[in-house]
Ligand binder design. Structure first.
Ligand SMILES: [Cu+2]
Length: 235
């Protein structure tokens, strides 16, 4: 069992001259560890009853500070495959480094003019390594200068609690300390982001929410590179 393994270094730390420091460090660890954690599952569907994919559900504490940011930037990946970005929507915490590998045989020119992260990666092919740190919260729309149908979204959030809805329209969040929160739902076709307050109790059942979203028409034109997996597009 892990407790024995955990206690041994603690006892040896107590015998060192820095025992007070060690004790303080342990107390800080205990204080940071939530005694009980809540879970939230949000089920999203559109007006036709179809599951809504690629929605980002995020949860922000209203009465407690956000957990500290990681010392080293986490890494996420938005690839270019068959003339599309993959994934289409990527939620990340503020400070995350996002890699943009090109898995196609053609060059891409990835850029954004969004306020939270304007950037440009001039024409590049697969083997070059390109990444950007997303250091401000906000929705960053990413495009390609060569293939104007290519679009992706990086949703940069200060909170560490977020999830993207899958094919079943569900977004699941766990390890939420008890408390009062605000949850937000964002989706590229959602006319207006949706916000609601929610309270998690330490011993309560997992919270579930079912939401019906009004989505704008999907105007994306699915095209693929010539000879690519998707077929017929000719530039
Ligand atoms: Cu491109």
């Amino acid at each position: 069992m892990t407790p024995t393994l955990f206690l041994r270094p603690f006892h040896s730390a107590l015998r060192t001259p820095h025992s007070a420091l060690a004790r303080l460090a342990l107390l800080a660890l205990l204080a940071a560890a939530p005694l009980a954690a809540a879970e939230l599952t949000v089920t999203l569907q559109d007006l036709q009853g179809q599951p809504v994919v690629d929605a980002v559900v995020s949860v922000t504490p209203l009465d407690a500070p956000l957990p500290p940011f990681a010392a080293t930037a986490p890494v996420a990946t938005v690839a270019q495959k068959g003339g599309e970005f993959s994934p289409y929507v990527t939620p990340v915490r503020t400070g995350t480094r996002v890699r943009f590998p090109n898995e196609d045989q053609v060059q891409h020119h990835v850029y954004s003019v969004s306020k939270a992260k304007p950037f440009e990666i001039p024409l590049y092919a697969g083997n070059e390594e390109h990444s950007e740190v997303f250091d401000k919260p906000g929705v960053v729309t990413v495009g390609c200068n060569i293939h104007d149908w290519m679009v992706a979204y990086v949703v940069v959030l200060d909170t560490p609690w977020f999830a993207r809805s899958g094919e079943d329209g569900q977004a699941r969040l766990s390890d939420l300390p008890a408390g009062r929160y605000r949850y937000d739902v964002w989706q590229p076709r959602l006319a207006k982001p949706l916000t609601e307050e929610i309270v998690f109790t330490a011993d309560g059942p997992a919270a579930k929410r079912a939401l019906t979203l009004t989505l704008k028409v999907d105007r994306r034109v699915r095209r693929a590179l010539e000879g690519g997996s998707g077929g017929a597009y000719k530039p």
